[in-house]
Ligand binder design. Structure first.
Ligand code: C6P
Length: 404
């Protein structure tokens, strides 16, 4: 049974105070908090078996290698990949996207087209612009509407035999919109284009099934789902990962090196040059265990309840506007108080112990669409409560009074 008070006891940070007030942590879309179960795994690694992996004959190295590779199997099972070697450890979503964008440099030519969406994080815009500069390919954008939804009829029109790649996030970090990725993937495949889904914001809420989605690439970050920062994963279909050249050269990713020629290691090591974030990978596996133990159905039901409650309460404040009103959305609320800069609201909320993000959320094109400098973004996790939402609502009212 889902019990938020029991769950909260797993997160030591939730009992601290900020500016003399109990912490109300509502910046989960930026990074999630870490349960004791994952902290214990990190402490255990550094206390008992810290060693480099895939290299040593000694016991510590073998223990670390076993745990690291077990984490890869956990991620494989979690996303339902066909093979464990389709899971590449990365430092996060940004790294995964850059790895794929770099790989396509040698596969694209002038006149090829890449489609992204108007709802992307800068991580899913800039690497593709750089790829276009290198190859002469063209970047096309699926537009959005006032509700913060992608306009699928326009997407259909953008697709052609020139489309080689489509890159879309599963969930918008700035608005919380859940995009229709099943449709996007199916349509892209009909014209022979490959699809990368940015799962940075969906991984804390939805368990992906990469085989059912038939997606070519899926990337995410551990720190959004109760894991450590500096750790993420790229799923790629075996056929694509074999086709793409390595991203970085170095130790681990080679089969044989001479000064005349180097041959590369098999998957997944071909894409894992250098000593990885070993503890991060192991802790990522522990975070996945933790979240699966709570259960993604229970998580998404509860978070939906929080979203509905917070939306209703916040909308009772006069002159408060919510950006992103899609029917399909996760527990993210981006809002502004008319005539008040979001930064000022965020500063007062912080004084009251409430952590939210303010600004453009690394999604400047969305802010440009709404003609605003930024928003206040409250993002809820399964360990937040309705009582915390009440604290937020009272604090926003107070900020409005002070700043009007
Ligand atoms: N969004 C936010 O506050 P990294 O930094 O590599 O772990 O994730 C980048 C990234 C990519 N795509 C989406 C949809 C994201 O939301 C993020 C990270 C955080 O919204 C920090 S900017």
């Amino acid at each position: 049974m889902f019990n938020v008070e029991t769950i909260r006891k797993d997160f030591p940070i939730l009992s601290r105070k900020v500016n003399g007030k109990p912490l109300v942590y509502l910046d989960n879309a930026a990074t999630s908090q870490t349960p004791q179960q994952v902290i214990d795994v990190i402490v255990d690694y550094y206390s008992n078996y810290n060693a480099n992996i895939h290299r040593g004959v000694h016991t510590l190295s073998q223990e670390a290698t076993d745990k690291y590779e077990q984490a890869r199997y956990k991620i494989q099972a979690h996303v339902n990949a066909k093979f464990a070697h389709e899971i590449i450890f990365t430092s996060g979503t940004t790294h995964g996207i850059n790895l794929v964008a770099n790989g396509f440099s040698s596969l694209l030519k002038k006149g090829d087209e890449i489609i992204v969406s108007a709802l992307e994080h800068h991580s899913n815009i800039v690497p593709w612009q750089m790829l276009c500069e290198r190859t002469g390919a063209l970047l096309k954008v699926i537009p959005m509407n006032q509700e913060g939804e992608l306009v699928m009829a326009e997407y259909d029109k953008l697709l052609s035999k020139n489309t080689k790649l489509v890159f879309v996030n599963h969930i918008s970090n700035a608005l919380g919109t859940i995009n229709p990725i099943e449709y996007i993937i199916e349509k892209a495949h009909q014209v022979g284009a490959a699809v990368l889904i940015d799962g940075a914001q969906s991984c804390p809420h939805i368990k992906p099934d990469v085989q059912a989605l038939d997606v070519d690439f899926y990337v995410t970050s551990a720190h959004k789902m109760c894991g450590p920062t500096g750790q993420g994963m790229l799923y790629g279909k075996e056929s694509w990962l074999k086709k793409l050249p390595p991203y970085q050269g170095g130790g681990e990713m080679i089969a044989e090196v001479t000064f005349e020629k180097t041959t590369y290691a098999d998957l997944p090591h071909k894409f894992e040059a250098g000593t990885p974030n070993i503890c991060g990978g192991i802790a990522f596996g522990a975070a996945i265990d933790y979240m699966n133990h709570i259960g993604f159905d229970a998580i998404s039901d509860y978070e939906h309840e929080l979203l509905e409650y917070a939306t209703t309460q916040l909308l009772q404040i006069e002159d408060l506007k919510i950006y992103g009103t899609s029917k399909e959305k996760t527990s993210v609320i981006s809002f502004n108080l008319e005539g008040i800069h979001p930064y000022d609201v965020g500063t007062i909320l912080d004084k009251l112990g409430i952590a939210v993000r303010t600004g453009h959320h690394c999604a400047q094109p969305i802010m440009a669409f709404y003609k605003i400098p930024g928003t206040v973004r409250a993002s809820f996790s399964f360990y937040n409560t309705k009582a915390e939402i009440d604290v937020l609502v009272a604090a926003v009212k107070k900020a409005k009074m002070m700043l009007s």
